[in-house]
Design a protein around this ligand. Structure first.
Ligand SMILES: CC[C@H](O)CC(=O)C(=O)O
Ligand code: MN
Length: 337
């Protein structure tokens, strides 16, 4: 097994957990710490990607291009990446981010919709930056389907394709099957992005590595949507124990986690009832904040909404279903009372 390339996405996936409130100062501090520790790729953007600061996705406190510029100015060695969801972001934002100096774009789509990434993966390559395909909600499809979708991304010029466990619903066997299928089908890198709803973010990342994954995501102190991600510092510690040297300084990462990231967090990331029910029902983690708001508004338990979204197989981009579901559940309750 070889050491993976680590991408830290605290400043992107973590934004979901703190209502998109990162400031330029926080970005400079976190990028500085990650860069000094030797993390090679740092992702910065709205949690739902470029141009996602909207009423549907949640408004950013600071314009994202200011955050991306701060990151690019701060990083001395690390490559700055951003996330891009076709339809939320447009070519204009992708060009602007490249102009500011990002070195990679991760193009994220539901895992059966690789065809909509073509235009953006090709544009990224024209702009001279790395292009990564991000197959979200990968638990919903069998390995063969994911491999076909990943092959499409490779044919558009992607440098890597990720299996993304958006709902934290996969177990190690499922991760192994999916990563192995992509490794067999592709000649580019394969990555894995975990969420911790079933307490398996680190275990699943190790399973991905055993199946040949080349790139793995983490977030400092697990700061990410819902149940959070694989904590980058824990991942590095586990890899060290496995004699896989990522070149990342563990003690600097632990300091960053304790002294810089923890104070920003409203509380520790835990697998509470909402997060466990979301992973168990296979619901997208980024829905959590919106589900909690809807539950409060309609006096419901967030778990009821999660279970119904799971039954309806809601995917990224269907945030508007959350209110519909909550309204329907509230009406039903009134009728039965
Ligand atoms: C498109 C936003 C989303 O949070 C991407 C991601 O990290 C995931 O699907 O897990
Ligand atoms: Mn995520």
């Amino acid at each position: 097994m070889k050491a993976p390339r680590i991408t830290d996405t605290t400043l992107r996936d973590g934004a979901h957990a703190i209502s998109y409130s990162f400031t330029e100062e926080q970005v400079r501090e976190i990028v500085g710490g990650l860069d000094r520790a030797g993390v090679p790729v740092i992702e910065v953007s709205h949690g739902a990607g470029l141009n996602a600061s909207t009423i549907q996705q949640g408004f950013s406190k600071t314009p994202e291009f200011d955050l991306i510029r701060a990151a690019v100015e701060t990083a001395e060695k690390a490559k700055i990446a951003s996330l891009f969801v076709p339809g939320i972001g447009t070519s204009e934002e992708l060009r602007k981010a490249a102009e500011i100096g990002i070195g990679a774009i991760r193009v994220a789509v539901h895992c059966t919709e690789a065809d909509v990434t073509e235009q953006y993966i090709r544009l990224a390559k024209e702009l001279g930056i790395e292009a990564v395909g991000f197959l979200m909600m990968s638990h919903t499809q069998p390995a063969e389907v994911l491999a076909e979708q990943a092959k499409l991304m490779e044919s558009y010029g992607a440098d890597c394709v990720y299996v993304v466990d958006s709902a934290g619903a996969l177990v190690p066997q499922g991760v192994r099957e999916r990563v192995s299928a992509l490794k067999e089908a592709l000649s580019i890198d394969v990555g894995f992005h975990a969420h911790n709803n079933l307490g398996l973010a680190i275990g699943n990342s190790i399973a991905a590595l055993e199946a040949g994954a080349d790139q793995i995501d983490g977030t400092v102190r697990a700061l990410g949507a819902g149940a959070g991600n694989a904590p980058t510092e824990v991942l590095v510690a586990a890899l060290n124990k496995m004699d896989l040297n990522t070149g990342i300084d563990l003690s600097q990462l632990m300091d960053l986690s304790e002294e810089v990231v923890a104070p920003i967090m409203p509380g520790p990331i835990v697998i509470d009832r909402d997060n466990l029910s979301s992973g168990y029902a296979g619901v997208y983690n980024s829905f959590l904040l919106h589900v909690r708001h809807a539950a409060e508004k309609f006096d419901l338990n967030p778990t009821e909404i999660m279970e119904e979204l799971g039954k309806r197989q809601a995917i990224a981009g269907q945030e508007d279903w959350i209110l519909d579901v909550a309204l329907e559940l509230a009406k039903k309750k009134k009728v039965t009372v």
